[in-house]
Design a protein around this ligand. Structure first.
Ligand code: GLY
Length: 432
């Protein structure tokens, strides 16, 4: 099989790494890729937004399957364009990707099919949103309706905080047209998990769950990021909870999407909060999470390419997926200043010291290399140091021991990834 992965982050490096291990994979391309992906795939300099060029490349290179990493090209219809050109594509149509493209659409779908989520209202004007917020007078979440690079969600404990959030989104239009409308919903309390399921249009198969750490600083404080680290499986995910999530959330969503003429095919990523009243959907994404994917892929023992093909071909019912019973943990190394202003171009040394370490994989995100092979930071999130271990504590110790071997003074990372789990399971052993 000739495979094209689209994207340039740690998630796409993890996907390429796993696809490369499949005996079915004859040739692997990635557009545009990064310095780490270049070791697994032939990188093609086409941006994820250049859909016409991507389709033309896929045709010229006789690609058998395209695997789309990020959400934006899916929402913009890349899977539809590939399908129109007769090329298999892992990822939903634009109509189905609207599940991530519009928070209001997602909430209306949940309400229509009685899928558990927070109470909400949708607004198209700041005046109406503010009147509602004052009358409701409770802790709420304000969400820009459209895509806002993970920054369009504000937790507000008081009506005045919520009104400020409305101004940011709808008046100052910090997120552009993503702020044409807002969703205002009740703030729920509980532990959050990222739950992943494969969907082939009709059938759904649970993958596993991951917990990520969105806040920039230790102790889950500071600004929201795309994710500073992740671990899998979260101990809160019991087999009974997984069944409950499939029965009450994933399957009704899949059926609902068929019912409204938007069948979903790809990976459905449910952001779920575990409240005292049971699991509730916070959001849906239409792709693998980043850095969740890196931790998830380290535990996957089955052939990823075969799995992705079965989703595209509507054969999910014939698939069984095996997972390692080890835990995986990813520590993201970011450029100092991220998610605000950061510099590019600092050199990352010592990567050769960590290549080939047992039970460790360094996934690249924002990196580039020069002709001599030196690697430089070229993005906000730069590396995802991922390790496995018999416990989360062991995976954590192994990941951090690896982080310490990397010589990159301009890098920043959290020291407490996995803290909720490690706190319960004992102290972290130092590993060399
Ligand atoms: N780590 C969160 C996301 O991928 O959306």
């Amino acid at each position: 099989m000739r495979v094209l992965v689209i994207g340039s982050g740690g998630r796409e490096h993890a996907l390429c790494w796993a696809i490369r291990q499949s005996p079915l994979c004859q040739k692997l391309f990635c557009a545009p890729g990064n310095a780490g992906i270049a070791a697994e795939a032939l990188c093609v300099p086409i941006a994820v937004t250049e859909s016409t060029k991507l389709v033309a490349f896929a045709q010229d290179a006789a690609i058998d399957i395209v695997v789309v990493g990020p959400e934006a090209p899916l929402i913009n219809g890349l899977a539809d364009q590939m399908a129109a050109a007769g090329i298999r594509c892992f990822g939903p149509s634009a109509r189905a990707a609207f599940l991530e493209g519009s928070k209001g659409f997602m909430k209306d779908l949940l309400a229509r099919y009685r899928i558990p989520t927070a109470e909400y209202s949708r607004f198209r004007t700041p005046t109406a949103a503010k009147a509602f917020i004052r009358a409701w007078d409770r802790p709420i979440v304000v969400k820009a309706d459209g895509l806002a690079a993970g920054k369009g969600v504000r937790l507000c404990l008081t009506p005045s905080e919520a009104e400020l959030a409305i101004d940011t989104v709808m008046v100052q239009r910090t997120f552009g047209s993503a702020g044409d409308a807002v969703v205002v919903e009740a703030l729920l309390e509980g532990e959050e998990i990222s739950f992943f399921a494969l969907v082939d249009g009709i059938e759904a198969l649970p993958l596993t769950a991951v917990q990520d750490h969105k806040a920039l600083r230790d102790g889950d404080i500071g600004p929201n990021t795309g994710g500073m680290g992740a671990h899998s499986p979260p101990p809160v995910l019991t087999p009974a909870l997984e069944r409950d999530i499939m029965r009450r959330i994933i399957l009704p969503t899949v059926r609902g999407m068929v019912d409204i003429g938007r069948p979903f095919r790809g990976v459905l990523f449910a952001g779920i909060i575990l409240t005292a009243d049971g699991p509730r959907v916070l959001e849906f994404n239409v792709r693998f999470g980043d850095p969740e994917c890196q931790a998830l892929i380290m535990r996957l023992q089955s052939d990823l390419l075969q799995i992705l093909l079965s989703v595209c071909d509507g054969r999910l019912s014939s698939v069984a997926i095996n997972w390692s019973d080890q835990a995986a943990l990813t520590v993201v190394m970011a450029a100092r200043g991220y998610p605000g202003h950061f510099s590019r171009g600092s050199e990352i040394r010592g990567l050769e010291r960590v290549m080939g370490l047992p039970d460790v994989k360094v996934f690249h995100a924002g990196t580039r290399q020069d002709a001599t092979g030196r690697v430089f930071a070229d993005g906000g999130r730069v590396l995802g140091i991922t390790a496995i271990g018999h416990t989360v504590a062991e995976a954590k110790a192994r990941a951090y021991a690896t982080v310490k071997k990397i010589d990159w003074p301009e890098g920043y990372y959290r020291h407490d990834i996995g803290w909720r789990t490690v706190r319960h399971s004992g102290s972290t052993r130092e590993l060399k």
